[in-house]
Structures are given as structure tokens and as C-alpha cells.
Design a protein around this ligand. Structure first.
Ligand SMILES: NC(=O)C1=CN([C@@H]2O[C@H](COP(=O)(O)OP(=O)(O)OC[C@H]3O[C@@H](n4cnc5c(N)ncnc54)[C@H](O)[C@@H]3O)[C@@H](O)[C@H]2O)C=CC1
Ligand SMILES: CC(C)CC(=O)C(=O)O
Ligand SMILES: [Mg+2]
Length: 356
């Protein structure tokens, strides 16, 4: 029987439209063989929204994304808008959207494709088999904390976490760990920050409900080093908003390119599926962006939001096949390439494999 889903699409700025178009190409390819129908509805966010409406997060976007089954998002921002007044910055558009959607849990898998083992900046034996899930708190912490101020003589932000915020993200991490290798490493800076000691204490409390899961704690500076030294020691990394943002970008170099890593932002309602990278204005419009992070985010959308496991498997297998066959975008062109392809060629190759 045909299944129908309404997908909200936010292409955004910079490379956003280029990479989202490729993810849609791949979704349409799997739809044709999986008895699925996707209806897409586009919404504005970030710079594109400022240009069109004057604000980074229009009310139509906030209301519209509540009425779809899932949202696929590219990226926003760029020099044209980043210098605008603080409250008009595109980031506040994305932060506002995440808050409005209640997507407090950002799942960022950092996996290494065997097919691309030489692309890592680390030795193959260090990264082969890396399979980390970063569980990043997404709607609290220093990106949201009040008070915040930019003044003439001083500026500050505030890192705040409330008990319910820590409890719910810790639960997500432990639940995910139960389906994996049952190890959670909670990353904080509890030697310096009260908010981190609070985080650590509550993670310990929540852990009592998950005795089968091994819990460890690590300071974020050490975690950054350990990720590069011996990434295979990690299974699930549980951390706050800013630390997860930074650690996941660092983790992308285990796989070889930030253009490879997807994410799922889930929580109270509709989920938001987005690559971990930004809008890459430095390469926008050149047809060289790697669309795999966004295509893999579409796969996470199928798996986590729509329960379409078979379609998601098709996409994951197609990505691996494209890499195994030696197709490479510019960012990974130096590693065992048989053919260097454009953003849209990579999308078409993956779409073709996914439909077979
Ligand atoms: N989720 C979002 O919408 C995010 C937006 N941003 C915004 O993006 C803009 C640029 O920020 P940056 O710090 O430069 O981070 P970025 O992630 O956009 O780019 C960092 C570097 O990675 C490269 N890169 C990123 N994605 C790639 C891809 N798919 N294929 C190949 N190379 C890729 C870029 O060319 C650049 O050299 C800023 O306006 C920033 O605020 C940054 C992070 C997340
Ligand atoms: C608005 C920023 C926090 C976006 C970002 O860098 C991210 O979510 O990875
Ligand atoms: Mg980031």
C-alpha cells in the first residue's frame, strides 16, 4: 500500500539549496521503488528569509513545520547576513526554529566509511570501525541562556541548564546506548563550571535507571584530545549544546570530511534533519559541495521520523556503493578517487543506486 508523507523543506543559504536538491533527488528515487509518496513544502529560514520577509524566522515557517511529518534542512548563514544586528543574525533563526520545534536532542553519528578509510586525517587503524553517536543537547545551554548582552564595555552569555533539560537529554542518551554498546561518556567541564557539576550530578541520577549502561565522565578538553587519539573508546557521547557543536565538527575529520556527517534533531514533536555543517559560503554556487551529509540526513529522517527502515537502508547502501565505486566530490577527491564528480552528479549516482 502506498504511504504518503508531507516533508517540510528548508533549503537555506550558501550550499543549502544545492545539497538539499540532491537529497530530494534521492528521496524521490527511493519513493519510486518503495511505494512511498512525498509531498514537499518549502519554508524560509535565515538569510533567504531575511531577504524575502525581513526576519530570519518567519511566523509561516514556525507554524508550517508543525504541520508536516518531518523537516529536511540544509544550512543557513553567510557574510551577507552575519554582520547584521545580533537579533537578525541567521543563527538566531535556526536557534529559534529548534526551540519552537522542541528539538532538544541532536543525534550526530560519527561513523567512518570503510570505503573512505584513507580520507581520515588519522591513521586507518585508528579510525577503522569508529561508530560514535554524539547526543548533543540542542535547545538549552549557553546558546540560549539569559541574561546575555553585547555592550560597549563588556559582553556576556550565560550557560544555564535546568533539571528537566538535563534529565530528558540524559534519558535519550541512555536509551540509545541500550540499543548499542551500552556505554555513555558524559562530557562536561565540571572542574570549572557549576552548570557542568549540576549536569554531571543529574546524569548520575538518571543513570540509576540504566544499570546495564556503563557511564563515564570526561572533561571536554580531554574529550577533544581523546577523540583524535583513540576515537574507538567512545560509544555514546552525551554532552551539552556548545560542547556537542564543537566535538561533532572535530569528529567529522575521523570520517574525512564535514560534508559526510548527518544529524537528526528530535524531541517533542516534528523532527528536523540536517547535515552537521554550515552553509559553506566559500564554496557555494560552484557545484563542489558534498551532498552526502544531507542525503544521509534524509536517510535518518526516513528511519527515525517515518519508520521507513527499508528506504533508509537503500540510501545508506547507495552512499557506500558510490564511495566504493570511487566517486568523490572535491572535498574527498584526494582519497582513492576513480572519478571526481560534482554535487549533482554525486546526487544522481546515489539516487540511481538507491532505486535499484
Ligand atoms: N546548521 C547551520 O545552518 C549552520 C550554519 N553555519 C553558518 O554557516 C556559515 C559558514 O560557517 P563556517 O564556520 O564556515 O562553517 P561551514 O560548516 O559552513 O564550513 C566550514 C568548512 O567546511 C567546508 N564544508 C562545509 N560543508 C561542506 C560540504 N558539504 N562539502 C564540502 N565542504 C564543506 C566549507 O567549505 C568550509 O571550508 C556561517 O554563516 C555560519 O553561521 C555554521 C554551522 C551550522
Ligand atoms: C547556530 C549554530 C549553533 C549552528 C551550528 O553550528 C550547529 O548546530 O552545528
Ligand atoms: Mg556546528
Amino acid at each position: 500500500m502506498m504511504r504518503s508523507y508531507k516533508i517540510g523543506v528548508i533549503k537555506g543559504d550558501g550550499i543549502g539549496p544545492e545539497i538539499v536538491d540532491e537529497a530530494i533527488k534521492v528521496l524521490d528515487a527511493v519513493a519510486s521503488v518503495e511505494q512511498i509518496n512525498f509531498d514537499y513544502e518549502e519554508f524560509l529560514l535565515g538569510g533567504a528569509a531575511i531577504d524575502e520577509t525581513g526576519v530570519p524566522l518567519p511566523e509561516e515557517t514556525i507554524q508550517g513545520v508543525k504541520k508536516v511529518d518531518a523537516v529536511l534542512f540544509g544550512a543557513i548563514g553567510g557574510p551577507k547576513w552575519d554582520t547584521l544586528e545580533r537579533h537578525l543574525r541567521p543563527e538566531s533563526g535556526l536557534l529559534g526554529l529548534r526551540k519552537a520545534m522542541g528539538t532538544f536532542a541532536n543525534l550526530r553519528p560519527a561513523t567512518v566509511y570503510d570505503e573512505l578509510i584513507n580520507a581520515s586525517t588519522l591513521k586507518p587503524e585508528v579510525v577503522k570501525g569508529v561508530d560514535i553517536m554524539v547526543v548533543r543537547e540542542l535547545t538549552g545551554g549557553i546558546y540560549f541562556g539569559q541574561p546575555r548582552e553585547y555592550g560597549e564595555e563588556k559582553a556576556y552569555n550565560t550557560m544555564v541548564y535546568t533539571r528537566p533539560e538535563v534529565e530528558r537529554i540524559a534519558k535519550v542518551a541512555f536509551e540509545i546506548a541500550m540499543k548499542r554498546d551500552k556505554r555513555v561518556c558524559s562530557v562536561d567541564k565540571a572542574n570549572v563550571l557549576e552548570v557542568s557539576q549540576f549536569w554531571r550530578d543529574i546524569v548520575e541520577e538518571v543513570h540509576r535507571d540504566y544499570p546495564e549502561v556503563e557511564l563515564s565522565h570526561m572533561y571536554v578538553d580531554n574529550a577533544a584530545m581523546q577523540l583524535i587519539r583513540d576515537p574507538k573508546q567512545f560509544d555514546v557521547i552525551l554532552t551539552g549544546n556548545i560542547f556537542g557543536d564543537i566535538l561533532s565538527d572535530a569528529a567529522s575529520m575521523l570520517s574525512g570530511s564535514i560534508g559526510l556527517l548527518p544529524s537528526a534533531s528530535t524531541g517533542e514533536g516534528v523532527g528536523l534533519f540536517e547535515p552537521i555543517h554550515g552553509s559553506a559560503p566559500d564554496i557555494a554556487g560552484q557545484g563542489i559541495a558534498n551532498p552526502i551529509a544531507t542525503i544521509a540526513s534524509a536517510s535518518m529522517m526516513l528511519r527515525y521520523a517515518l519508520g521507513e527502515e527499508s528506504a533508509a537502508d537503500r540510501i545508506d547502501t547507495a552512499i557506500k556503493k558510490a564511495l566504493a565505486e570511487g566517486y568523490r566530490t572535491q572535498d574527498i577527491a584526494a582519497f582513492d578517487a576513480k572519478e571526481v564528480v560534482s554535487t549533482s552528479e554525486m546526487g544522481s549516482i546515489i539516487a540511481d543506486y538507491a532505486a535499484k
